[in-house]
Design a protein around this ligand. Structure first.
Ligand code: AMP
Length: 396
């Protein structure tokens, strides 16, 4: 796979798949610019080499229809400020206007195409659509959208077959390098923290981690399936009743492999799935009827934090509770603090997207951990050992 730094973009027109799927408020202002900031190094390298760049992205889920609400035109002004130069805009990602703008693009200039997902062909991975994007006249294809690399969409994978020169952007490269660093060279003690709603979503990564990690901490909604499987009372807590045997199998495998699998010892419960719920603190397996586990309790926070702080490698994916409700966010926030401390103590820490990344970023710890992934789903699939179409397309 060609890296961005090994390629000279002088006089070349690059078409770059970026991830500008940013959150917008009612006034169409960007409320989190993380994804835009992430691609600055890639764009700057191309322009400073003396090349030009056509940027393409999706925004939201317009489901194949033109929808003003999801227009990328809303971000053009801010992009021009961020890149400190004019960003031209094509009102359609394919067609004559896009072609004319792309053809007349001079070295050092930037062009943004309208939302790719205004066409169903994008997510379907339609070859003709990919060919039209490739036909805008770029000399080289760059993919810097790691977050969609696990999808075989027209712009993330299929388009690559129309280019001889295809290059991984800096975000893509960093994501792959950091994931490899953890999986292939993770120093011991290696602690993995897995949370979130369901075991079934994370079973492959859990199995993979049983071969890699020294400590496997399980928190969040999925922990209640384990507790129930062990005979505990979980009240109305989220539980996958068809995964009880699987939970026991995982516990057994952990024992066989000498992995310290750690479950919560206490739980903060609510009697309503809302931030206004009453709360009750109970020991593991003692949740009464009418109550559900919504966060890890203080004893668990202390136990998990001690293990994390003594680790040399930390991989974290998934919240410890319903962290979108402030009343039940303390467990997740405390884990973020422990990961920060571990990093200060010399650990390598990788935060795997989604709610865990949001917790780290909301606390302002983005620079205090080793790497915050931009792609939750893509990172998990990569770590599970799956081939990501967006990565494979660059390797061809
Ligand atoms: P995931 O996308 O698998 O990382 O899961 C994130 C989701 O898990 C969030 O929306 C949380 O609200 C949810 N979650 C975490 N802990 C619990 C819990 N104890 N009960 C219900 N949902 C939970």
């Amino acid at each position: 796979m060609k890296t961005l730094d090994s390629y000279n973009f002088s006089g070349k027109k690059a078409i770059i798949r970026v991830d500008f799927n940013v959150p917008l408020n009612d006034q169409f202002e960007i409320t989190d610019e993380t994804r835009i900031n992430a691609v600055i190094p890639t764009v700057k390298k191309i322009l400073s080499d003396g090349g030009s760049a056509i940027l393409m992205s999706h925004l939201g889920r317009p489901k194949g229809e033109v929808n003003e609400k999801f227009s990328l035109k809303h971000i053009v002004k801010r992009l021009s400020e961020v890149f400190e130069q004019e960003v031209k805009f094509a009102n359609d990602c394919i067609g004559q206007e896009a072609k004319d703008l792309a053809t007349s693009l001079q070295n050092g200039e930037l062009l943004l195409l309208e939302n790719l997902r205004f066409y169903n062909e994008e997510t379907k991975g339609d070859e003709d659509f990919a060919k039209k994007l490739a036909g805008l006249g770029a000399d080289v294809y760059v993919n810097d959208a790691f977050g969609t690399a696990h999808r075989a969409h027209a712009s993330t994978a299929i388009i690559a077959k129309f280019f001889t020169d295809k290059v991984a952007g800096k975000v893509m490269q960093a994501e792959l390098d950091n994931a490899k660093k953890v999986l292939e060279n993770g120093e011991s003690p290696f602690t993995s923290i897995v949370g979130g709603a369901k075991i079934s979503d994370k079973i492959l990564i859990i199995e993979k981690l049983l071969d890699k990690a020294d400590n496997l901490i399980i928190g969040g909604g999925m922990s209640y399936t384990f507790v129930k499987a062990l005979g505990g009372e979980i009240g109305e807590s989220i539980c996958e009743n068809d995964k009880l045997d699987l939970a026991l199998e995982i516990l057994e495998k952990a024992k066989e492999k000498g992995v310290n699998l750690v479950l919560p010892d206490d739980t903060l419960c609510g009697n309503d799935f809302s931030n206004d719920s009453d709360t009750k603190l109970v020991k593991r397996g003692q949740i009464p009827a009418g109550w559900e586990g919504m966060d890890i309790g203080p004893e668990t926070i202390t136990k998990f934090s001690e293990i994390i702080k003594d680790s040399k490698t930390v991989l974290w994916n998934g919240p410890m509770g319903v962290s979108e409700f402030s009343k039940f966010a303390e467990g997740t926030m405390s884990i973020a603090h422990a990961v920060k401390t571990a990093t200060e103590n010399g650990a390598f820490s990788l935060i795997g997207g989604g709610d865990s990344a949001a917790a780290i970023n909301n606390l302002g710890f983005g620079n205090d951990v080793s790497y915050v992934s931009t792609g939750g789903g893509a990172l998990l699939e990569y770590m599970e050992g799956k081939v990501l179409p967006g990565v494979a397309a660059l390797e061809d």
